[in-house]
Design a protein around this ligand. Structure first.
Ligand SMILES: Cc1ncc(COP(=O)(O)O)c(C=O)c1O
Ligand SMILES: N[C@@H](CCOP(=O)(O)O)C(=O)O
Length: 465
């Protein structure tokens, strides 16, 4: 399997090379040159597989010769053995035609664990084999940070620097990152927002001259292909449980950086019957407005009750645009250059391609709180604010479509006790046992200005030998 850049001028890479990078050298994102696909007969046979077996079946074609089938199986088994639910991604029915796919049973209670527990293990094995050390640099609006640190904690050959927006993640999210200490783990609270953190990370990939010789950056954000790849699996897991290949389901995905929903789009291209993919946004609704109008327009970032989705530049949308423009890299390079300078409009053909699979809905804070409280009243089920955005969009869409809807429940409600309290529900979400001492532990983080030179100085000064 070869991976090519959406902008066309960076070299094609193998899986091992793509795992060890982030942005392509031309500023684009890596995507597989072609996708494996599964026939209806194969899907029928895959329906009985447990989560790790299904993951092995789906991921093996992507890793080419970097991992043997046995090595990959061992890593996958180890990855999903740390999840607290034996189904790994349990599917729970809440109402007629409405399911939630619980993606929060990993160590840090968010869907990021599915990919980052795997990525940490793949990196560890690869770096040991190559005898190399790398520097991980990531941006987080709350969940990627702790999942990346937890996933990579035991890698011997890394230094990890995670940038989060100062005072803009929940206390639980911050503590999940900052209480994981060690000489190679660095949490940087940036006096800016998530877009600022992500922009710094992307710019750092383009110019890595601040790093000592022999070191390079590896991404843990969803610009790293391996993140997307791992997230494809749970769409198949839910779809097969609901009757694929004989019945199509629709998925509602709380969306920020467009990584999670892009994995669903790939699942559809690989043969999973998917009726629709719902882009569910909070007030940071660039993608909802794009789908409604065709205009891809920048917006000032707003802080909401779903902080992990407070993102206005959705990195992975570029991967979708590549397909919407028939994989023409020069069209994408030109569009992205224009987007750097201002707003852009997508062509009619591209928009009609997008609307064939995607719908969108924006849910504001008041609607998010109402959804948490209504679902609790009706079903006794407690949604976190991000999952509530997905669920609110799915229930509206169900009225029109009549197909089974799966909302991706992307985080555990105990990560956002403030929002749960504001919803007025009587329940107090409690952290699982392994995090019960979270508020007793010491925190380690440095506050830095929103200034890339300062961040690079900090990183150079704190890199291990
Ligand atoms: C809890 C939660 N839900 C949803 C999202 C949005 O996912 P994506 O950025 O892949 O669109 C995020 C962050 O990425 C998140 O942390
Ligand atoms: N919502 C994320 C933001 C980063 O997105 P990613 O999927 O590209 O890592 C977070 O919670 O950190």
């Amino acid at each position: 399997m070869r991976y090519i850049s959406t902008r066309g001028t960076a070299p094609a890479l193998s899986f091992e090379e793509v795992l060890l990078t982030g942005l392509a050298s031309d500023g684009g994102l890596y995507v597989p040159e072609s996708l494996p696909s599964f026939s209806a007969e194969q899907l029928e046979e895959m329906a009985s597989l447990d989560y790790p077996s299904l993951a092995h079946r789906i991921l093996l074609p992507f890793v080419d010769e970097a991992f043997s089938s046995e090595e990959l199986r061992e890593i996958i088994d180890d990855t999903y053995s740390v999840f607290r639910h034996s189904a790994v991604a349990p599917l729970v029915q809440l109402e007629h035609n409405q399911w939630v796919l619980e993606l929060f049973h990993g160590p840090t209670l968010a869907f990021k664990d599915f990919a980052l527990q795997l990525l940490g293990r793949l990196l560890d094995a690869t770096l040991k084999r190559r005898g190399e050390k790398v520097v991980i640099m990531g941006a987080t609006s709350g969940d990627t940070g702790s999942a990346a640190i937890a996933g990579c904690q035991r890698c011997e050959n890394i230094d990890i620097f995670i940038l989060h927006p100062h005072n803009r993640v929940s206390d639980v999210q911050r503590r999940q990152m900052t209480t994981l200490s060690g000489p190679t783990i660095h949490n940087l609270a940036i006096e800016g927002n998530f877009d600022d953190c992500q922009a710094m990370v992307k710019a750092s990939f383009r110019d890595q001259s601040f790093l000592p010789d022999g070191r390079s950056l590896v991404a843990v954000n969803s610009i790293n292909w391996a993140r997307i790849m791992a997230q494809i699996v749970y769409y198949f897991y839910a779809g097969l449980a609901l009757g694929a290949p004989h019945r199509a389901a629709a998925y509602s995905v709380p969306t920020g950086n467009f990584g999670d929903i892009f994995a669903g789009y790939l699942a559809a291209k690989m043969g999973l019957p998917i009726a629709q993919l719902m882009i569910a946004t909070n007030r940071n609704d660039v993608l909802h407005r794009l789908l409604s109008s065709g205009d891809y327009a920048r917006q000032a970032l707003e802080h909401t009750l779903s902080p992990s989705m407070d993102i206005t530049v959705s990195s992975n949308f570029e991967r979708l645009m590549f397909d919407l423009y028939d994989r023409d890299p020069s069209a994408i390079a030109a569009l992205m250059a224009a987007f750097d300078d201002g707003d852009i409009a997508l062509s009619e053909a591209a928009m009609s391609n997008a609307r064939a699979m995607f719908a969108s809905h924006r849910v504001d804070d008041a609607e998010t709180l109402a959804c948490i409280s209504n679902v609790w009243e009706k079903t006794g089920y407690l949604l976190d604010p991000h999952s509530a955005i997905g669920y609110a969009a799915a229930t509206l869409a169900d009225a029109k479509s009549g197909v089974p809807w799966v909302t991706l429940a992307t985080a555990h409600p105990a990560k956002f006790p403030g929002a749960i309290e504001r919803s007025g529900v009587a329940a107090v979400p409690t952290l699982p046992a392994h995090l019960s001492d979270l508020f007793d532990l010491d925190e380690h983080f440095d506050v830095l200005p929103n200034d890339m030179a300062e961040v690079h100085r900090f990183m150079s000064a704190h890199l291990g030998a």
